[in-house]
Write a protein that binds this ligand. Structure first.
Ligand SMILES: [Cu+2]
Length: 272
């Protein structure tokens, strides 16, 4: 019977590894477990970081799983010469053990934080710059994304290029974005913590109520991508899905001019 439990424990790392390998090889139905194709210029680098972290996790997961299975297989139900069952040795404390796993975990975290330093700076700290009035300034957001329970509001800056003005174009659960250029989005939440996740761009950012977050990316193709919330935010969390429509810059400008509730406003201003 103990052998049976040992086999079950062995199955966890082995089946886990096989499923992971099948998913990575794109074998149906496991292919759906991996990330969709990447359409962000920085996505290759971010996907590489995912893989490094997965690699470290895989070593820990497989080695502890095998060790556990082997322990149950080897020692489970063994009897001493007197017929008494061999029990586990119990001790309350071991400084050496505590130190070992604390230092090992800290070492991995320090390595990861140093390893991703440049990617983090590029993708989370250094917002793209543009020249405004002769000075290089942080690029203004193309649209404001407002997360709420349970959906997404998208306010596209109108032809004046500014947010929170009357020419903004509002859409529910559909975001229009030009591809082939850096795009900045401003993220806000109406209620609780949400997380803006676009798997096809390898882009994810938590949204904390009362704060403004900015994300940026450079999409490569005219595709439609899925936007989801990846922070459990209530009973309807799973329904927080939206689409991101990537279009060319000229199509975007035309669409914006057509949709803007104040169309003609800018033209009239120019005439005066
Ligand atoms: Cu949410």
């Amino acid at each position: 019977m103990y052998r049976f439990w040992g086999l079950l424990f062995f199955a966890v790392p082995i089946v886990g590894t096989i499923v992971y390998a099948l998913a990575m090889l794109g074998v149906a139905p496991f292919a759906g477990l991996r990330l969709p194709a990447n359409y962000n210029q920085a996505g290759v680098e971010i996907a590489h970081l995912y893989n490094v972290i997965h690699g470290i996790m895989a070593v820990v997961f497989v080695s502890t799983g095998l060790l556990l299975g082997w322990s149950v297989w080897r020692f489970g139900g063994r009897q001493l010469s007197g017929g008494q069952e061999l029990g586990a040795r119990y001790f309350t404390h071991s400084n050496l053990l505590e130190l070992t796993w604390s230092v090992a975990a800290a070492g991995i975290l320090v390595f990861l934080s140093l390893y991703q330093l440049n990617s983090w700076a590029e993708n989370k700290l250094e917002r793209p710059l543009v020249e405004i009035a002769g000075r290089m300034q942080p690029q203004p957001p193309l649209a404001k994304v407002v997360a709420k329970r349970f959906g997404w509001e998208f306010y596209h800056a109108g032809p004046d290029g500014r947010l929170d003005t009357p020419d903004d174009v509002y859409l529910e659960n559909l975001l229009h974005v030009p591809f082939g250029e850096p795009v900045v989005l401003q993220l806000e939440s109406r209620d609780v913590i949400h997380s803006f996740f676009v798997p096809g761009l390898r882009l994810k950012q938590d949204i904390v109520p009362g704060m403004q977050h900015f994300v940026w990316f450079k999409a490569t193709s005219p595709v439609e991508l899925e936007i989801i919330c990846s922070e459990l935010c209530g009973w309807g969390h799973y329904t927080m899905q939206a689409r991101m429509q990537l279009v060319s810059r000229s199509d975007y400008d035309r669409w914006l001019a057509e949709q803007s509730p104040w169309k003609g406003f800018a033209a009239k201003e120019e005439q005066e």
